[in-house]
Design a protein around this ligand. Structure first.
Ligand code: SF4
Ligand code: SF4
Length: 91
């Protein structure tokens, strides 16, 4: 699953530089997570780094992006290899 940032975010800027996938960005009001880039840190760390550093615990799982670990691994490989979707991202 990708994670998401709720409106409890206080825009403290702490999580953005911690994301190994550059999935976190500042939206119109608060920080947001691109579900196409968030791997729950699979491939990089044992725990989601943004959740570790967020002082207000406002980063839950995104219920609209249910993914199992294998899917997260494929996403990680796709991001790392810069392979476009549909071009062998599972390799
Ligand atoms: S869980 Fe990891 S990959 Fe996903 S947004 Fe947080 S730091 Fe980035
Ligand atoms: S660490 Fe938490 S409060 Fe700070 S910008 Fe990120 S999501 Fe918002």
């Amino acid at each position: 699953m990708a994670l998401m940032i709720t409106d409890e975010c206080i825009n403290c800027d702490v999580c953005e530089p911690e994301c190994p996938n550059e999935a976190i960005f500042l939206g119109p009001e608060i920080y947001q997570i691109d579900p196409g880039k968030c791997t729950e840190c699979v491939g990089h760390f044992d725990e989601p780094q943004c959740v570790q550093v967020c002082p207000v615990a406002c980063i839950p799982l995104n219920p609209e992006h249910i993914e199992d670990r294998e899917t997260l691994w494929r996403k990680y490989r796709r991001l790392t290899l810069k392979v476009e979707p549909g071009e062998g991202g599972a390799a």
